[in-house]
Design a protein around this ligand. Structure first.
Ligand code: UDX
Ligand code: UDX
Ligand code: ADP
Length: 497
């Protein structure tokens, strides 16, 4: 029986290993983690992550050929194949701070593998890492190997959260990078045999180590670039009278471009896009390629611009102040069908509104109050460095309320801001919400999911991304105010005379 051990029971390691166990009954899979809390959750009925279909997969194999344990060293030493799926945060201090990947967790895992191994092993890079990390890991392993043969493979994971199980069942491709030596080819074949249990052979791509590592960074950068491109267009649409939904539909019909990842939004989030692009930028800089670095940096700049634009739109529409006003925030996760909040645009938007003294009432079906408080009290890049937690300032705590119902969140609110495209937000009783809100009732749709016409008929003032009609309405609204003010002034002047 082939024995697999995965170090890191997170969003990637957990679901990936569960699917390998399900699809390969002849393989024993143990997922290990230093976090006792995480492992206990995997061993309970309440898994530590929310992912559609995951419960079912885990239930089918847990205790048979899938195990979760904190006995890291024991299981690593017994394994034939060791996947490393630990966190690789952006550095917050020292050389490359704010750009380079922090490989502390990776390095400590590699040193531990070298320490405890008594037999040859294939070590698989699963977490996204900078190009040439495999080389560094290889050095650590071979210089501490006591004669043991380690083969390093890069096998980046392309699953997206919210659809992880679907993506793992039917991947577009599985990528395996290895050394171009007979031992390297043998290791690649061993891993290929695992995936071949359910992935068609023509979808398993084998490359050299560096191509596999770079392909992962490139794929995420390309995807994020599409979103920043359409978001940049959304700003232009609002200024010119075009509608970004129509533009992206028309553009996506070109088969050379394709329709996916062209939804304008308040900005992309998630643990990968920003981190991987920053990493790419750092690598380009280090290799003397400032023009290439600047090209990719722009994808992040546009993403930040989109979030700032959204906050500014809210504040300017609400008569240039949200001070003391209640804003209901619907959704906090970085996308629907996940409870993950890493780099969610909701963090920047909420911080922006709190900075303007708004009172927030937040509702997300999968994110706990504790998580929201933690996210809003952290500095940029601290989310993946558990030791950097800051207490939330008392003013910020006062400005924040987390509730478990969209109707409760929107009660007496001056505005609603939709931050995540949860399906349930499409079918809310918006008449009921409108009736219980302060007037004029504003709705800012950061995900373009509501029926704008229907809501306007109810009485809402609706802003959606890349829709010029709001800007036109806004101009009209302010012109009416200005005109009324002018008439009043003339009237008063006439009275005085
Ligand atoms: C382009 C658009 O494709 C077309 O839809 C529009 O109507 C007019 O502009 P065209 O400029 O005629 O068409 O040719 P295209 O095939 O797009 O190539 C443009 C340039 O890009 C060429 O120099 C081509 O060599 C280059 N190219 C294209 C690449 O360098 N790499 C590619 O992968 C594709
Ligand atoms: C991404 C990649 O898709 C996946 O292949 C990789 O393994 C990890 O990173 P993930 O971050 O889980 O996956 O989700 P994804 O669906 O890519 O969405 C990322 C962000 O982009 C979300 O905030 C989402 O709301 C946003 N997005 C996505 C848009 O704003 N518009 C779109 O059209 C698509
Ligand atoms: P990802 O989204 O890439 O899966 P996560 O942060 O969700 O990232 O998961 C990474 C996991 O790796 C965490 O649960 C963390 O506790 C674990 N981890 C980090 N370093 C080690 C280590 N040296 N040994 C075991 N587990 C580790």
């Amino acid at each position: 029986m082939v024995k697999i051990c995965c170090i890191g029971a997170g969003y990637v390691g957990g679901p990936t290993m569960a699917v390998i166990a399900l699809k390969c009954p002849s393989v024993q899979v143990v997922v290990v983690d230093i976090s006792v809390q995480r492992i206990n959750a995997w061993n309970s009925d309440h898994l530590p992550i929310y992912e559609p279909g995951l419960d079912d997969v885990v239930k089918q194999c847990k205790g048979k050929n899938l195990f979760f344990s904190t006995e890291v060293e024991k299981h690593v030493s017994e394994a034939d194949i060791v996947f490393v799926s630990v966190n690789t945060p952006t550095k917050t201090q020292g050389l490359g701070a704010g750009k380079a990947a922090d490989l502390t967790y990776w390095e400590s895992a590699a040193r531990m593998i070298a320490d405890v191994s008594k037999s040859d092993k294939i070590v698989v890079e699963k977490s996204t890492v900078p190009v040439k990390t495999a080389e560094a890991i290889e050095k650590i392993l071979t210089h501490n190997s006591k004669g043991i043969n380690f083969q390093i493979l890069s096998n980046p994971e392309f699953l997206a959260e919210g659809t992880a199980i679907e993506d793992l069942f039917k991947p577009d491709r599985v990528l395996i990078g290895g050394r171009e030596t007979p031992e390297g080819a043998k290791a690649v074949k061993a891993l290929k045999d695992v995936y071949a249990h359910w992935v068609p052979e023509d979808r398993i791509i084998c490359t050299n180590l560096w191509s596999a590592e770079l392909s992962k960074l490139a794929a995420n950068a390309f995807l994020a670039q599409r979103i920043s491109s359409v978001n940049a267009m959304s700003a232009l649409c609002e200024a010119t009278g075009a509608d970004v939904t129509q533009v992206s539909h028309a553009v996506g019909k070109d088969t050379r471009i394709g329709p996916k990842f062209l939804n304008a939004s308040v900005g992309f989030g998630g643990s990968c896009f920003q981190k991987d692009i920053l990493n790419l930028v750092y690598i380009c800089d280090c290799n003397g390629l400032p023009e290439v670095a600047n090209y990719w940096k722009q994808v992040i700049k546009v993403n930040d611009y989109q979030k700032t634009r959204f906050v500014n739109r809210i504040v300017s529409s609400m008569f240039n102040t949200v001070s003391g006003k209640k804003v209901a925030v619907l959704g906090f996760a970085f996308k629907k069908d996940t409870g993950d909040t890493r780099e969610t645009p909701a963090i920047d938007v909420c911080k922006g509104l709190i900075g303007d003294k708004a009172k927030l009432s937040i509702y997300d079906p999968q994110v706990s109050e504790e998580q929201i408080q933690r996210d809003l009290s952290m500095k940029k890049f601290d989310w993946d460095h558990p030791t950097h937690l800051q207490p939330m300032s008392p003013t910020a705590v006062k400005a924040l309320q987390v509730v478990w119902d969209a109707y409760e969140a929107t009660k007496d609110a001056h505005a609603v801001a939709i931050m995540t495209e949860w399906d349930e937000f499409k079918t809310l009783d918006y008449q009921r919400i409108y009736d219980n809100m302060q007037k004029p009732a504003f709705l800012f749709d950061g995900r373009n999911i509501v029926d704008v016409e229907k809501l306007r008929k109810i009485g809402f003032i609706v802003y959606s991304i890349g829709d010029a009609s709001f800007a036109i309405f806004n101009r009209w609204f302010w012109n009416v105010i200005r005109f009324t003010f002018l008439v009043a002034q003339v009237f008063l002047a006439a009275l005085c005379v």
